[in-house]
Design a protein around this ligand. Sequence first.
Ligand code: NAD
Length: 399
Amino acid sequence: MKILCVLYDDPKDGMPKDYPLSKLPKINKYPDGQTLPSAKSIDFTPGELLGCVSGELGLRKFLEDGGHEFVVTNSKDGQDCEADKHIIDSDIVISQPFFPYYLTRDKIEKAKKLKLAITAGIGSDHVDLQAAIDNKIDVVEVTYCNSRSVAEHIVMMIVSMVRDYHSQYKIVCDGGWNIADAVQRSYDVEGMHIGTVAAGRIGLDALRKMKPFDVHLHYFDRHKLPDAVEKELNLTFHESVESMVKVCDVITINCPLHPETENLFDAEMIGKMKKGAYIVNTARGKICNREAIADALKSGQLSGYAGDVWFPQPAPNDHVWRTMPHHGMTPHTSGTSLTAQARYAEGVREILECFFDGTPIRDEYLIVKDGDLAGAGAHSYSKGTATGGSDEAAKYKKG
Ligand code: NAD
């Protein structure tokens, strides 16, 4: 079989010769009891870079020993990109949300042999899910592999943005000591109202991690949490996003991108938020309207916006979120720490082993199966596509 794998660029100075930590901490299972990725064996050292081209998700030996052709590329956008040449006769495509290969309907329809699209991570909106349904291409992801990594990033972003860490760090780097400048936008998180749009694996973990800050916690989700969890965290459930944003100082967005959530935070929704609130979005860039966010930061309707997700990715160099005031953006990194990479690389291997052996892929990894939403996909997505406009990624130029 032919397997096409799209991964992000290697480090500018080549692969690291050593790493800060010699070993990753051991984790036994996820909080709800789901087991960690469990491939029969792995050919990589956990803690090393796996998500970039030379890391190859640690899959080359396994795939070539099995007699498969394995193509790894970072050329994924624009006419004549390598990925488009290879997708035509590939059986399986692997891509990561951090550096997504946008599998539009057009590409899916040209890929006559394609059977399986694997997301090395979580969030499969870079695949036109409706086209995958229509063409009976299965879509799977490594559910839970980096959910808790993202929740850590959310806590970091809430605290750093409310306290205005970025300005203070910059003052130090610039050789300054003006304390009044450093604190004129700095607050404590304690006592604030924090709300999450969606309380799935990431949203719930972010709530749990914020609880010790002595804040008031709110959520909106299309699935209500068990009463015991609501009680444990003293949660306020809202029937709508609008009702929640009216009362919250910080909103964190943790739903998948699908037609119901695309452009959810437009000028109208942002206008309903408490004045001076903060948004942390590590879900997907397209859930927030690009211009409306920048405008709200300029007017003061929002005090800050942070996250690691953009649309498209890589973000064009002139993307306004790179330069808007009071932002705390990172590239798409929260789910690809070295720790998370080890989990999703093993998860992809587990999925491939099942596929080649003809054994079922775990239900919780399924997004689309046999022409319908399935597993985690049926729980968390709605049918339709959200890949429109992704060709703009070709506008990114390496500096
Ligand atoms: P999950 O499936 O456990 O949770 C998703 C939750 O969203 C579910 O509870 C679902 O009911 C809810 N939901 C779906 N549509 C909704 C809607 N219209 N309104 C309200 N709630 C809705 O998934 P997860 O592990 O928590 O991940 C969530 C999303 O976070 C992913 O789909 C992905 O887009 C994003 N993510 C980002 C990164 C990153 O590196 N930044 C990494 C992992 C996941």
